[in-house]
Ligand binder design. Structure first.
Ligand code: ATP
Length: 261
């Protein structure tokens, strides 16, 4: 599986392109992060990639086939979308909401089958929320709800998981657990992921490639080559230090903000 965005343009108002000539490639089992200041268009990129919005020029291709033109391709190689965490208005139980992730596999006039319910339960177990599966989603904490949204996306049996700021509103421990969960899903399910994040240290820890988005330009490449002190200074107007921290067999990068420019 290979997902490519080729020369994507998008703007909300006529004559103003928010996103210009966006090009990137996501290969199987790769994790890509998107970083950039507020309002640069990170969520808009995810919406264009998943087909929620349509590129005004350019396209998203999966295995060389445009997903705009071929609904069949989308069905064969589905994309699971995990939106930014938001409180829900309808009192669905966790199990009901996760089962809704099966929607693309269920006919318009059909109800979820035993198989659909089993797959939804597997997704619930995979993200470790079995103990809350009969609770109402309106009564969950932000972190619990985030896990429910991930389980709902997994229930659709995606090959590509697209997550919009999955760590927002979470405490340090839960941020770390979400990062570990994503890494495990990529390893065990062979998924590919695109993740919007505001945390460069998370991008350095988990992603293979990064798209750094600015107001009028962007860079895409290997994460270690993209997230450097100089580039972060350029794209975020802050002085930072990236420090190596040896831990077990790894070298984790600590990210320290020194000052604004
Ligand atoms: N539906 C919409 N109609 C008009 N403008 C919009 C719409 N959605 C977003 N925008 C504008 O497009 C720009 C990019 O929004 P987007 O949500 O993609 O940014 P972002 O980089 O994800 O921001 P953040 O980091 O704050 O989540 C912003 O200026 C926003 O106000």
């Amino acid at each position: 599986m290979i997902l490519e965005v080729k020369h994507g343009y998008f703007g909300y108002s006529k004559g103003h392109d928010l996103l210009q000539d966006i090009c990137f490639t996501l290969r199987e089992k790769e994790i890509m992060t998107i970083l950039g200041q507020n309002g640069t268009g990170k969520t808009t990129i995810l919406k264009c990639v998943t087909g929620i919005l349509k590129w005004q020029r350019g396209q998203t291709l999966i295995n060389g086939k445009s997903i705009d033109s071929s609904r069949k391709t989308l069905k064969q190689i589905p994309i699971g979308y995990v939106p930014q965490a938001h409180p829900l208005s309808f009192p669905y139980t966790v199990r009901e909401l996760v089962t809704m992730g099966r929607a693309r596999h269920i006919g318009v006039f059909s109800v979820p089958s035993g198989k659909d319910k089993k797959i939804a339960d597997q997704a619930i177990d995979e993200v470790g929320i079995r103990s809350i599966r009969d609770k109402l989603c309106t009564q969950l904490s932000g972190g619990q709800l985030q896990l429910v949204f991930i389980a709902r996306a997994l229930a659709g049996e995606p090959r590509v998981l697209v997550l919009d700021e999955p760590e927002s509103h979470l405490d340090f421990r839960n941020q770390f657990l979400i990062i570990k969960l994503i890494m495990r899903l990529v390893r065990e399910r062979g998924l590919s992921c695109i993740i919007n994040t505001h945390y460069p240290e998370h991008a350095l820890r988990l992603s293979d490639t990064t798209l750094l988005l600015g107001q009028h330009s962007y860079m895409f490449g290997k994460t270690k080559e993209i997230i450097t002190e100089k580039r972060v200074e350029e794209y975020f107007d802050i002085n930072v230090k990236i420090l190596p921290v040896p831990y077990k067999d790894e070298e984790i990068k600590a990210f320290v903000v020194l000052d604004s420019i």
